[in-house]
Design a binder for this molecule. Sequence first.
Ligand SMILES: *[C@@H]1O[C@H](CO)[C@@H](O)[C@H](O)[C@H]1NC(C)=O
Ligand SMILES: *[C@@H]1O[C@H](CO)[C@@H](O)[C@H](O)[C@H]1NC(C)=O
Ligand SMILES: *[C@@H]1O[C@H](CO)[C@@H](O)[C@H](O)[C@H]1NC(C)=O
Length: 247
Amino acid sequence: MGSAVPGLFLLLLYLASGCWAGDCKGHRQILRGPPGYVTDGPGNYSVNGNCEWLITAPGSNYHIVLNFTFMETECTYDYLFVYDGDSYQSPLLASLSGRTLPPPIEAKSGKMLLHLFSDANYNLLGFNATYGFSLCPWDCGGHGRCDAVSSRCQCHQGWGGRDCSLPVCSTDCTQHGHGRCDEKREHCLCSSGFVGQICQLGLRDNSGVGQWWDVSYKDESFSPRTASAGVYLSSTRTFYMFGGKQK
Ligand SMILES: *[C@@H]1O[C@H](CO)[C@@H](O)[C@H](O)[C@H]1NC(C)=O
Ligand SMILES: *[C@@H]1O[C@H](CO)[C@@H](O)[C@H](O)[C@H]1NC(C)=O
Ligand SMILES: *[C@@H]1O[C@H](CO)[C@@H](O)[C@H](O)[C@H]1NC(C)=O
């Protein structure tokens, strides 16, 4: 008699949340926040799942920033795709798989579509991410104030760039002795043979191997990739990238 109660409770929980534990084939959930979070729910997602969440900001002039708190899918088989828009035809921002916590992701169209695809076996925990809306890029990165009239960031002292993500570089660039600050004081100019945000990576030795580095942060000339690795071969003066996905 007592055992019927937890069963009923679970059924109600299942019905109430609609898209629980990834069992939401063909179902799209609309999230309007703000600010809120998006997750496939507690426990493991289902096998053969196709779940969709559409985050919708109050207008197309809003940026949506997604910030993961955990991520776990079967590496290279189960994917979370993130689009800048409301359909699979919208620009793909990320294709995420595995257990590496992704960096924050931004959509600029006022809409962000998440699609969780899982194959026939190994269903893992899934993901959880917070999201927020802002009229300014990256919501001014926690280092500035968004001016709603101009949609521009007013950066706190010591920070620069469109989204206040760049430390004013006069001290940083020289930190490793391989760079200097450029005139606009917004990024480092590295001495020959050095790369990286603060010119910390030497191209002529193996220091930093096996770790992740920002070679160029939000540089428009690099398109989005996930989980890629790179190596510089001085013999051919070429930088090779492996893996990831390019638009
Ligand atoms: C997801 O995160 C939100 C807040 O960050 C939390 O309230 C919620 O319980 C989490 N859900 C899961 C399934 O982890
Ligand atoms: C993302 O969330 C974490 C806490 O879960 C917080 O420490 C971090 O500052 C957030 N990053 C952004 C860009 O919002
Ligand atoms: C559920 O996920 C955990 C990892 O979070 C995994 O160890 C377990 O095998 C999964 N369960 C199933 C039935 O796949």
